[in-house]
Design a protein around this ligand. Structure first.
Ligand code: COA
Length: 377
């Protein structure tokens, strides 16, 4: 059978799934059939994570049990903290997260190679709930501070902000973080989820599965873009948005925060985040970067809107996080904290009906060469 080669596997189905659906033409995103806008407006991240992992929005009793499990597993072994302390403080938080995530599994041999569903569930809970602790701990350590012990009386978003800052989190900041986690939790067969499914299909341990996904997310064409958006907005000369954007488009340079392989209209998550940005600025005061961002969005629509290039989720997330005082290089780790719910859902789904991924290639190299003697090469 000859199969056409499709660069980047664009549009090629890699699996059957019941988890996330994207309608790129209409700008809609659904988690297990629920529109993202409704979930962001009415559910906490914990409810959304339950929906993704278990397949249903939890009843109160189910939610209580789920939240209790998450809170129970938040702490890190002191050796993981010691390990983080040994990494160079100039290292990127995504690299620290890849390293610490892959090491966690060694402490839990019972669910490192899980055959049974409850072992898999145990690993999923640990990974989901320890990721924010690792992100916050690394940030504290590199600043010369001791990591902050997680609190059992706080929700997932509030506890993360508390561990990051060692302060009682502001309710608006908690709301924004909670919604941002929901918006980033799942997105169909993107590069990092594909990496998770490929790694999971080998029956690798789940900590390695998520570690591979985090490493894949770190690239600037994927999750790393939200960091680049802020760097870009800061670099645009005052009053020069149009001239700057025209220059980028003329030279076919990709503007971070714009364009998407699937969405050909504005990313629905960008719309929700833009509204949240409005709430944050109303309370904390606007930022000149927001005005630049809005002008850039309008200009880009004129210049490349006809190619289906519109703001994606990363465009407004960084502006909001910055206003909350979150360091730029923690933006992608926050994305990873959220997407862990999606990766783990795909890992669980993959193992329900597993077949190891083994695509083919079109070989274009030489054949039947004889090795020359070393002096003749
Ligand atoms: N800025 C300016 N032009 C862009 C663009 C961007 N961010 N993204 C795509 N385009 C243009 C391309 O230059 C191309 O134009 P052409 O047809 O005249 O050659 C056209 O739109 C199609 O681009 P293509 O690279 O084929 O799209 P893709 O689906 O392969 O790439 C991304 C999708 C996300 C990789 C790409 O849009 C990108 O690099 N965006 C910036 C990084 C980013 O924000 N990533 C986060 C994604 S959530």
């Amino acid at each position: 059978m000859t199969v056409e080669y499709v660069p980047g596997l664009a549009g090629v189905p890699a699996t059957r799934s019941r988890i996330g659906l994207i309608d790129g033409q209409k700008g809609k995103l659904y988690y297990r059939g629920h529109a993202i806008e409704s979930l962001a407006a009415t559910c906490t991240f914990e409810e959304v994570a339950h929906l993704l992992l278990k397949g249903n929005l939890p009843s109160q009793a189910e939610l209580d049990g789920f939240v209790a499990q998450l809170r129970n597993h938040r702490r890190l072994k002191f050796r993981i903290i010691d390990f983080l302390k040994c990494l160079p403080e100039s290292g990127h938080p995504m690299d620290a997260l890849v390293a610490s995530m892959s090491s966690v599994g060694m402490f839990y041999p019972d669910n490192m190679y899980p055959d049974e569903r409850d072992q898999r569930w145990g690993a999923a809970m640990r990974i989901l709930t320890k990721t924010p602790t690792m992100v916050a701990a690394w940030h504290r350590i590199r600043c010369g501070d001791e990591p902050v012990t997680p609190r059992d009386d706080l929700g997932h978003a509030a506890n993360f902000l508390y561990m990051l800052t060692d302060r009682e989190p502001d309710p608006l900041a908690v709301k924004v973080m909670d919604v941002a986690l929901t918006l980033h939790a799942e997105h169909g067969m993107n590069a990092s989820t594909f990496a998770a499914r490929v790694t999971g299909s080998t029956l690798a341990d789940p900590y390695a599965v998520v570690s591979a996904a985090i490493a894949t997310l770190a690239g600037p064409l994927h999750g790393g873009a939200n960091e680049d958006v802020l760097t870009t907005l800061r670099a645009i000369p005052k009053g020069g948005v149009r001239a700057w954007a025209e220059e980028q488009v003329k030279h076919k340079r990709k503007v971070p925060g714009f364009g998407h392989r699937v969405y050909k209209v504005k990313d629905p998550r960008a719309g929700v985040l833009q509204k949240l940005a409005g709430d944050v600025f109303a309370k904390l005061g606007s930022t000149p970067l927001y005005d630049v961002a809005v002008e850039l969005e309008e200009t880009m629509e004129e210049l490349v809107g006809s190619k289906g290039v519109y703001p994606n989720v990363d465009f407004y997330s960084g502006i909001v996080y910055e206003k909350l005082g979150i360091p730029t290089d923690i933006f992608t780790p926050i994305f990873a904290m959220a997407r862990t719910a999606g990766w783990l859902s795909h890992w669980l789904e993959q193992l329900e009906n597993n077949r190891i991924f083994r695509p083919s290639q079109i070989y274009e190299g030489d054949r039947d060469l004889e090795p020359k003697a070393i002096g003749e090469r």
